[in-house]
Design a protein around this ligand. Sequence first.
Ligand code: NAG
Ligand code: NAG
Ligand code: NAG
Ligand code: NAG
Ligand code: NAG
Ligand code: NAG
Length: 384
Amino acid sequence: MKTLLRLATAVLGVSAVAGFDIVRDYSGQNFFSGWDFYGGWDNLTLGDVWWLDQSNATTQGLAYVNSEGNAIIKVDNTTNVPLGQKRNSIRITSQDVYDLGSLWIIDVNHIPYGCSVWPAFWTFGPNWPQDGEIDIIEAINVMGNNQMAIHTTSGCTHGSQNQLGTTIGTDCSLPAGCVVAETSPNSYNSGFAAAGGGVWATQFDATGIYIWFWSRPNVPTSIAQANATSSVDISQWGTPHASYLADTCNITQYFSPQNLVIDITLCGDWAGTQWNYNASCGNSGPTGLCYNDCVVGPGSPRYDEAYFDISYIRAYTTGVATSSSTATATSAGASSSPIGITAPPSGSNSQGSSGASRLKSDSRTEWGILISILSMVIGALSIS
Ligand SMILES: *[C@@H]1O[C@H](CO)[C@@H](O)[C@H](O)[C@H]1NC(C)=O
Ligand SMILES: *[C@@H]1O[C@H](CO)[C@@H](O)[C@H](O)[C@H]1NC(C)=O
Ligand SMILES: *[C@@H]1O[C@H](CO)[C@@H](O)[C@H](O)[C@H]1NC(C)=O
Ligand SMILES: *[C@@H]1O[C@H](CO)[C@@H](O)[C@H](O)[C@H]1NC(C)=O
Ligand SMILES: *[C@@H]1O[C@H](CO)[C@@H](O)[C@H](O)[C@H]1NC(C)=O
Ligand SMILES: *[C@@H]1O[C@H](CO)[C@@H](O)[C@H](O)[C@H]1NC(C)=O
């Protein structure tokens, strides 16, 4: 596998580019092509949702492209859920995987929020936790701000502070992971949407993992003026809001190529634990219990704000090795790959979480990974 990665690097590295070239644009009517829908209950974070398969999601109107061309991903707010049953929601995983050297930009107009609601936009490698996890957007209930995090096996810590956010955890192998709290205003809850939404950019690099957030009024022109085919220049973005530097966490060692995930669960291991639920929502219902007070009963108005409204997600690559180390660098994300990089989500809820861990693991085989890499190379070649 290592050999193949290096081969991929060699093949893709020949065309050096300034900035980041786009390899995949998820937007408009094509937003939902290239994702797998989970199709099962949330057995990963033990939330009180049933994540629909694609046909039910479409039929029930929980995943669609609206008249403005934005992707809507939402919790069911039309069903009166009886005690003992779960509420329908969505979890989608990108079929493409993205290697070191990638950059992901998500432009969002609305993030799900409200008591019991736990949304996330995040990434993970097929064999969790060995392959690492990056949480880009993640918050619960009526928290005031977004939290970023990485999760790894032991030996990766968050040491250097070259970032605007506030470090909360420094051992990335602990259940909560290396959490960095956003300190810029309007990164979650009603304030986010009221400000017109915002943009997150994540650079997944051998030198480190860097996450930026801009509320709508502050989105840089390099992003605001980018389109579905242009490259993007990150040189004027300034200090990231979260920086995980390779000097205390060997990114090449702790992270494999990553799948992107968008999901919304309800209650579960983080939002629904009694302490967390009580802290922000405990007085909002008759029982003080997340499931009983929120999930059961009518969906509206309780879940009227429990939706993502996404303008686009774009994946970029430098196309060149980004470090002097053994960085495998380069792209993934074959936009028209003939080989499906499908990784049916399965998972193990191996940790009791006290934080933001997404608790996931995928059991993709080495062979599957091999095929993925090959298809990435083929896809990348067919683009250029
Ligand atoms: C999807 O709908 C079919 C038919 O109603 C049902 O049998 C199936 O269980 C549903 N699947 C999910 C994941 O909701
Ligand atoms: C996208 O941006 C590039 C670079 O600015 C420009 O050349 C191209 O015409 C734009 N495409 C569209 C469809 O606007
Ligand atoms: C980082 O990990 C890679 C892959 O395991 C290894 O080849 C490299 O030597 C490591 N770098 C350092 C500085 O330990
Ligand atoms: C949470 O609130 C409920 C209802 O008010 C109460 O019964 C329970 O003891 C509280 N639990 C914690 C951990 O504070
Ligand atoms: C569900 O929420 C949406 C906004 O997300 C709202 O437009 C709609 O009216 C709500 N549905 C019901 C039945 O209230
Ligand atoms: C979760 O459910 C899926 C099927 O929907 C299954 O393949 C997987 O093994 C389950 N994971 C756990 C941890 O139970």
